[in-house]
Design a protein around this ligand. Structure first.
Ligand SMILES: Cc1cc2nc3c(=O)[nH]c(=O)nc-3n(C[C@H](O)[C@H](O)[C@H](O)COP(=O)(O)O)c2cc1C
Length: 175
């Protein structure tokens, strides 16, 4: 019996994430499982140290320094969509996410943004900032606060986000 071929990237949705303290990593892992595509982590060592890293993160976010991740991730252009996941910093998407949104010219048309936060800022400013960086509308948006990360609503939020991205990739979905 012939083996079925691996799906081509065009039929897959990649998950790309940055996580400084682990909350977004856990979401991204579950999201990648729901989306059924590859998972790529962005590494930015300048934020790794506990106090100094926190201060750098806040400073860079406020002063619009969006450093490039130190690791290479493969071209994203052939994927049907990308789900980008990471924290809110100072009411904006964390700087590694902003670098990807603004500078990666190989992002596919459909990009979803899944944010984690401490729930002391509404996510709308982060969404509009992300859309301005990207230069177009986001295909899917979601925000999970750390206090809800063990709640049933987390699973639903991830499922709904994945479903929106998947539906956008069907043949007749508007771009
Ligand atoms: C420098 C910095 C700034 C932050 N600013 C906000 C904020 O404006 N609003 C908020 O709700 N949470 C804020 N947070 C909390 C993170 O968004 C939250 O803890 C997130 O889940 C961390 O994700 P991670 O563990 O994947 O790094 C901030 C965290 C850091 C390090």
């Amino acid at each position: 019996m012939p083996q079925s071929a691996d799906p081509s990237p065009a039929d897959q949705i990649a998950t790309v994430f940055y996580s400084r303290s682990g909350h977004s990593r856990s979401v991204a892992q579950d999201l990648a499982q729901s989306l059924g595509g590859p998972l790529f982590e962005l590494l930015v060592p300048r934020y790794d140290m506990a106090i100094l890293g926190f201060m750098r993160a806040g400073y860079d976010s406020l002063w619009l320094n969006h450093p490039a991740p130190q690791n290479d991730i493969p071209s994203l252009s052939d994927y049907g969509a990308v789900g980008l996941c990471g924290p809110i910093w100072t009411s904006y998407p964390a700087t590694p996410l902003r670098h990807i949104l603004a500078k990666r010219s190989d992002l596919p048309t459909r990009v979803g943004l899944f944010l984690t936060c401490d729930a002391h800022s509404p996510p709308h400013k982060a969404y509009s900032t992300a859309e301005a960086d990207l230069g177009r509308s986001l295909t899917a948006m979601a925000t999970l606060s750390n206090k809800n990360e063990d709640a049933g609503s987390r699973r639903q939020l991830i499922a709904d986000f994945a479903q929106t991205l998947k539906a956008s990739c069907t043949d007749n979905a508007p771009v």
